[in-house]
Design a protein around this ligand. Structure first.
Ligand code: NDP
Ligand code: MG
Length: 328
């Protein structure tokens, strides 16, 4: 694996950067760029709820077409499912030769809801963490690293530009890891669905609900199956998966060996292949674009959580003084 930790900011100094969207990534990247000495302009629809926040933070806020016209580099940081409409109606008609389009997730370009013309650079700088952490840990060695990729190199200097942006938004020296649009688009969606968010959430819930079904109080089930998760993840990330198995008790290690693959069975692995096919073919992304156009209610988009699970969780979080993590 190649990790790039140093880069010149020069490709972006003296350039005008437009940040389209001012949410989790837009805000963090805009603020970090400003700290790096580059003051971006913010493009948002005139009725956007984010306008007030961007103005309060001291940025010039304008519409996406104006920001596109005024900028050399356009960071498209609106939600992925609207990239297609935003690009077609608010960006593409105003593009000039030699500008650069930058995304923080490759899906819309890879699955071709965004199809930029040949006379611009198309690059990706995708932080491996939420905006909040990117902001908090900007420029730190143990901060948020990023993937970088070039989809179209019109200028001949698209990679140095991507690395300058990686530095400007605070992902260096943590590290920029070169990849491709195809791998990031598919890998990110697969990872978050099958493992990090969808798979993990369903695993936690299934474990807790099994204990509840067998007579455990919800809080006890939660404490056994979820509460210590951060300690296990810390071990996995510091010692490796094998190191985690070595550091837990002999009883836990023996049990894990017997049971892990019984739960994550060949049937589950086959289901993962199905998930991969769904993502890789673009079927998932197309259905998300359609669903996202129909509702902006995040509650409606997310999986439901069993009532008993939520009860145990609430009991523990309230009484042991933990706050539920914020989602941004
Ligand atoms: P958010 O939902 O947090 O923010 C989206 C922003 O875009 C909001 O300011 C929203 O404004 C604005 N917006 C909505 N519609 C439009 C439009 N039509 N034109 C212009 N702006 C619009 O999104 P994220 O920051 O999470 O995601 C942005 C990108 O970053 C995505 O490509 C995502 O995959 C990527 N990414 C996100 C990560 C994360 O952890 N969040 C991590 C790495 C990459 P309003 O307030 O009006 O809705
Ligand atoms: Mg993602």
């Amino acid at each position: 694996m190649r990790v790039i930790r140093t880069a010149s900011l020069k490709p972006i100094t003296k350039k005008t950067i437009a940040v389209i969207g001012y949410g989790s990534q837009g805000r963090a990247q805009a603020l970090n760029l400003r700290d790096a000495g580059i003051d971006p302009i913010i493009g948002l629809p005139s009725r956007s709820r984010s306008r007030r926040r961007a103005k309060t933070d001291g940025f010039t806020v304008t519409t996406t077409p104006r920001a596109t016209r005024d900028a050399d580099i356009i960071l498209l940081l609106a939600p992925d499912h609207v990239h297609g409409v935003v690009f077609t109606s608010d960006i593409e008609p105003y593009l000039r030769d030699g500008q650069a389009i930058v995304v923080a997730h490759a899906a819309s370009v890879h699955f071709e809801t965004v199809t930029p013309p040949d006379n611009v650079d198309v690059i990706m700088v995708a932080p491996l963490g939420p905006g909040k952490r990117l902001r908090e840990l900007r420029g730190e060695r143990d901060g948020v690293s990023c993937f970088v990729a070039v989809h179209h190199d019109h200028s001949g200097d698209a990679m140095p530009l991507a690395l300058a942006l990686a530095k400007g938004i605070g992902c260096l020296p943590a590290g920029a890891i070169p990849t491709t649009f195809a791998h990031e688009a598919v890998g990110d969606l697969f990872g978050e669905q099958a493992v990090l968010c969808g798979g993990l959430g369903a695993l936690l819930e299934a474990g807790v609900m099994t204990l509840i079904k067998h007579g455990f109080p919800p809080h006890a089930a939660y404490l056994e199956c979820v509460y210590q998760l951060d300690l296990i993840i810390d071990l996995v990330k510091s010692e490796g998966l094998a190191g985690m198995y070595e550091n837990i008790s002999p009883t836990a290690a023996f049990g894990a060996r017997r049971t892990g693959k019984r739960v994550i069975s060949p049937a589950v692995r086959n289901a993962m292949d199905d998930v991969f096919a769904d993502v890789d073919s673009g079927r998932f992304f197309r259905s998300w674009v359609r669903a996202g156009a129909q509702t902006t209610d995040r509650k409606q988009l997310a999986p439901t959580v069993a009532r008993e699970f939520a009860r145990g969780e609430r009991d523990v979080l309230q009484q042991l003084g933990e706050e539920p993590a914020s989602s941004d």
